[in-house]
Design a protein around this ligand. Sequence first.
Ligand code: ZN
Length: 313
Amino acid sequence: MQKKLTSRIFAGILAMGLLSGCGIKNTENSEDSKNTIKIAYLPITHSLAVLEEAQELENETGTKIELVKFGAWSELLDALNSGRVDGASVLMELAMKSRQEGVGIKAVALGHHDGNVIVVSNAINSASDLKGKTFAIPHRQSSHNILLHETLAKGGLTTDDITITELAPTEMPSALASGQIDGYCVAEPFGAMGVSIDAGKVLYTSEELWEDSICCGLVLTDQFIENRPEDAKQFVENYKKAGNALDAETAMTTAKQYFSQSEEVLATSLQWISYQDLDITEDTYNSLTEKVKSYGLSDNPPAYSEFVINNLD
Ligand code: ZN
């Protein structure tokens, strides 16, 4: 167990909420809501495939994706778990936890491949240098937490050897620069931001720690899948097409439209991630559930057969 996990979530949520200025608009016209698919997301490069798809789907089919932006995972989960949105691009572990607690959702695709880095202060040169240091992750239920465990193992350390803190992604680069923390792992582009302001450097990329890692997933509510099967099928097909279309150039064009970071930060970030072939394979999912169990994130994650659907036929 991570006994030293300190709760800084609330400060983080507050900071993110102020930044995001987001919310859900009421769809007053029922015709509108019939043709609209509401998808929740956070403004991170990990959700780029759904942002890319949103630009294309309405042109092709007349069905509109209403992107609902959130500033923090906890707010996004509230909307997803209460059925205020039809789906979300979300950390897979958080979605698994919701499913485990009885929320009717299915994972229908990956968010991306790879795409995470372990950023550490310039004074740290190996995993074993993290002994006695403070490391930030966005949420206990995340692949960032798993990647931290893998990093510590490389240095012969465990979570007992460091202090783990939860911080909002936006706070991490400055917290590293000020020395408040010694390292972090979080959704992009916040790793790239830390590097670009020279607060730290990359110690490991995710593929050096965990081959075929899973991080974010696209999930849909059971209600949406059951009530609008054709829309759900088309949405998932187009999502995967959008992912396949995200080569380096297209990813940069779309990222610049949605994110306020500089082109330099986005370019650094996008070199670590890919969006092709976003099916969730049984092997990679089972490897995730093994890690979730062995690192104490959850004792009872949902099985592949009850949680994952790759084709809505
Ligand atoms: Zn991710």
